[in-house]
Structures are given as structure tokens and as C-alpha cells.
Design a protein around this ligand. Structure first.
Ligand SMILES: Nc1nc2c(c(=O)[nH]1)N[C@H]1C(S)=C(S)[C@@H](COP(=O)(O)OP(=O)(O)OC[C@H]3O[C@@H](n4cnc5c(N)ncnc54)[C@H](O)[C@@H]3O)O[C@H]1N2
Ligand code: MOO
Length: 409
């Protein structure tokens, strides 16, 4: 049976996936969120010419020849300006951020003046006119576009939005990803497994991949291999408003692999099932209304690689983000056999070798595949720093041959 190529599966899965509706949140809750609308400055910053240093506000013409004695006529502090005007041979004590008093045009930093007493200073060093003054609107002016829609609110963006006087921001809603593990053999971590039981591990890694691109995760635990029980959990996920419902296991063709049957019975339009990928062949994708369903294989490594390759870009799109995998060229640290019809994602170590220590651009990546690639082995996945991507029918490759890697960490 012909299997759907990975690229085509991905493009079908992402088809029509755009940013979810916006919501307004307090700026204190907006860290890491994605702007749904541009942010415009509601004010000008700085709103007035002000001092960039602690010192004295003067007229440049009065300090052209130094030393010179000036009369101290008052103080300007941040939040409390000086109302008078600076006249001939006069100075105002000024602190960083304070508005520049009328007629003053230059700041003498206090290190370059000597305080004679409360009423006078002696300026010791002359300075160019306009020195140490921050002009009105140096940072931005009211009405300026400060941030574009689609910008992730990182530290700089958040402080800028706050400075622009926004207490709330319109951000893209975070996609809700519901995760349902299926299998009679599964118990949650921390249980005492019976002789035929194992611990359900996949939900946590899949959730971590989704959360890394901004998803909210709804853990819906474990359901038995029972159509009614699976149907019930899917209904809980839909009721909660999940944008993406992920099932784990039961995706293959065994007698207990019920997910396809339940989804189609529930009116989910299956877009594809089974793709040319290893691990991850039984991946299933469907839609019902705006809800997307991913039936992931139960093998732990298969589910996590499906999450990286498919769930991550989908969640990113729904959350208004663009995510590019970190794909690089590397050389093989061990040989690989010829590939079959499935695109292979081979777990590998990654070493950075810099032949000439003075030339960082000469760094070579060496990707060494783990010898055993069974898709149940989480330990090698956790130890992997990259996945070597092998095209379908790639011929055997020797140590030292070029390869393509997807960086995991
Ligand atoms: N005759 C065939 N058999 C299988 C095929 C096939 O094409 N023909 N495909 C194989 C491939 S590839 C995979 S991957 C698996 C996936 O099958 P399922 O999605 O139906 O997964 P299960 O049978 O439910 O489980 C597989 C394996 O993974 C363990 N598992 C399941 N869920 C979890 C979980 N949440 N946490 C940890 N481990 C989990 C489960 O105990 C099984 O050992 O099918 C092959 N078979
Ligand atoms: O997806 Mo399965 O893990 O290829 O073995």
C-alpha cells in the first residue's frame, strides 16, 4: 500500500491552520504570548526634554570659559521639575530623568563641578551645547507603531508596550491540546504495575512539545481499549473546547486499535492514516468542524517524533507563531544502511568539532546514530541531540558522509 509522504502529510495537516481568535489579557499575564494586533504608542517617551545624568542644568554660553562660578537657583528631580527659568550665570541642580528647566540647554555632570555652598557651584570643565540631554520623543512618539501583530511578547516587547501605556494587550488565544492515552496495559507514573502492565509515558513528552510552542494542555488520563470509553473521553475533550485532540496508541491495525473506528463513527473526517515515516507510520489526522484530531502511535518514540514533526507546527500556527525546525548539515559518525520507503528519523548523538579553534565558522557537526533504533526506547531518545533525517530509499551511507539533521537540543 502506498504511504503518504511526510511533506504531504504535513501540508495537509497545516492546511487552513491560522491564528485562533484574539483575547485581551492584562499585561502582567502577557509574557510569551503572541500579539494579535499591532501595538501603538498611546504617549510620547520621553514626554519632555530631560537630563540623562545627575548634575547641573546650565546655558552652554555661560560655561564656554571655565572655571566659572554659577548661582544655584533650585532643583529639578524626576517627577518634580523646576518651574523657573535659568538666567545668565545660573544653574539648576538636576537629577537623571528630570525635565530640563526652561532656557537651560546643557547638563554639566556633577563630577565636572564643585559645590561651593547651597547657593553656588564652580564649573570646572566645559562641555558641548546639548550634552547629556535626552530629547522629547527620543524613544517613540504618540501614534508610532511600537510592535507588529505576530510578535511574541518577550522582555523587551513587554516593557515597550507598558511604556506605550498599555495595561492590557490583544493576544492570540492559546491553543488547547487535549491528550488521551489509550491502552489496557497502561498505568500512570507512580503506580505499582501488575505483571502485564507498563507505565504510560507518552502524554508528558507530547504535552511538553505542545507547551513549548504555547499550548495549554488538558491531560485526560488513560482510557481502556474500549470504544465506548474512548468515545466518552473524546467528548470530554470536545466539551472542554480542545482545538487539537491527541490520542496515543490504538492507531495501528491490531484488534484493540480502536481509535480510527471511534473517530469515524463520531463523524470525524479522516484526512490521512498511515504515512511514510519511521517511527510514526500509523499517524492519523482528521477534522470535525474546527477541531483537529491526531491519532498518534503508541510506541513512545513514535509519538514524540510525531509531536515534533506534526503537532508542534500545528500548535504554533494556531497560536499565531511560526516555527522552523533547526535543520543543519552534519557528517555521519557511523555508517547507515540503505533506507526503505519510509522517511527515517534516526536518533543520534551530536558532537561539535572545531578543527581550528580560532575559526568558529569551521565547526563540523558529527551525528552518530544509536545502534538500536527500536521505537519503544525512550532512553536513547532522551540522550539524542538530533534526528538524522533520511529520505525514502536513501542509499547506504559511510562514516563521514554528509547527512541532514534536525536539532532536538
Ligand atoms: N501488523 C502490524 N503491526 C504493527 C504495525 C503495522 O503496520 N502492522 N505498525 C507498528 C507500528 S509502526 C507502531 S508505531 C505500533 C503502533 O501501534 P498503536 O498506535 O496501535 O499502539 P499500541 O499498539 O497501542 O501500542 C504500541 C506500544 O506502545 C505502548 N504504548 C502505548 N501507549 C503508550 C503510552 N501512552 N505510554 C507508553 N507506552 C505506550 C504499548 O504498550 C505498546 O507496547 O504498531 C506496530 N504494529
Ligand atoms: O511508528 Mo512505528 O514506531 O515506526 O514502529
Amino acid at each position: 500500500m502506498a504511504l503518504l509522504p511526510v511533506e504531504e502529510a504535513l501540508s495537509r495537516l497545516l492546511d487552513g491552520a491560522g491564528a485562533l481568535s484574539p483575547e485581551r489579557v492584562p499585561i502582567s499575564d502577557a509574557s510569551g504570548r503572541v500579539l494579535a494586533e499591532p501595538v501603538k504608542a498611546l504617549r510620547t517617551q520621553p514626554p519632555f526634554d530631560c537630563s540623562a545624568m545627575d548634575g547641573y542644568a546650565v546655558r552652554a554660553m555661560d560655561v564656554a570659559d571655565v572655571p566659572v562660578k554659577l548661582t544655584l537657583i533650585g532643583t529639578a528631580a524626576a517627577g518634580r521639575g523646576f518651574n523657573g527659568t535659568v538666567g545668565e550665570r545660573e544653574a539648576v541642580r538636576i537629577l537623571t530623568g528630570a525635565p530640563l528647566p526652561a532656557s537651560a540647554d546643557t547638563i554639566i555632570i556633577q563630577e565636572n563641578a564643585r559645590r561651593i555652598d547651597d547657593r553656588a557651584i564652580e564649573v570646572l570643565e566645559t562641555v558641548a551645547k546639548g550634552r547629556h540631554i535626552r530629547r522629547r520623543a527620543l524613544d517613540f512618539a504618540e501614534g508610532d507603531i511600537l510592535l507588529e501583530a505576530g510578535r511574541e511578547l518577550d522582555a523587551g516587547a513587554l516593557s515597550l508596550a507598558a511604556s506605550g501605556n498599555h495595561a492590557e494587550l490583544d493576544v492570540v488565544s492559546r491553543p488547547l491540546v487535549a491528550i488521551i492515552a489509550t491502552g489496557d496495559e497502561l498505568l500512570p507514573p507512580g503506580s505499582e504495575p501488575g505483571p502485564d502492565q507498563i507505565i504510560a509515558s507518552n502524554s508528558y513528552g507530547v504535552a511538553a512539545v505542545a507547551a513549548s510552542v504555547g499550548a495549554r494542555v488538558l491531560y485526560l488520563g488513560i482510557v481502556r481499549d474500549d470504544a465506548a470509553a474512548i468515545r466518552e473521553k473524546l467528548a470530554v475533550a470536545a466539551e472542554a473546547g480542545a482545538d487539537v485532540i491527541v490520542t496515543l496508541g490504538g492507531a495501528s491495525i491490531g484488534d484493540h486499535d480502536l481509535v480510527h473506528q471511534v473517530l469515524t463513527g463520531d463523524g470525524v473526517q479522516i484526512d490521512f492514516w498511515k504515512i511514510a515515516m519511521r517511527p510514526g507510520k500509523p499517524l492519523m489526522f482528521g477534522r470535525k468542524g474546527a477541531t483537529r484530531f491526531m491519532g498518534m502511535p503508541g510506541n513512545p518514540v513514535a509519538s514524540l517524533i510525531c509531536a515534533h514533526i506534526f503537532l508542534k507546527p500545528l500548535v504554533a500556527r494556531l497560536g499565531g507563531r511560526t516555527v522552523e525546525h533547526d535543520i543543519r548539515r552534519a557528517v555521519l559518525g557511523a555508517p547507515l544502511q540503505a533506507n526503505d520507503l519510509r522517511q527515517d528519523y534516526v536518533r543520534a548523538r551530536l558532537d561539535y568539532v572545531q578543527a581550528d579553534l580560532t575559526r568558529e565558522e569551521d565547526t563540523t557537526l558529527i551525528a552518530t546514530p544509536f545502534e538500536v533504533q527500536d521505537s519503544s526506547m525512550l532512553r536513547t531518545l532522551a540522550e539524542s541531540r538530533c534526528l538524522i533525517i533520511r529520505e525514502p530509499f536513501a542509499s547506504a551511507a559511510e562514516t563521514g558522509a554528509l547527512c541532514t539533521v534536525l536539532i532536538l537540543r
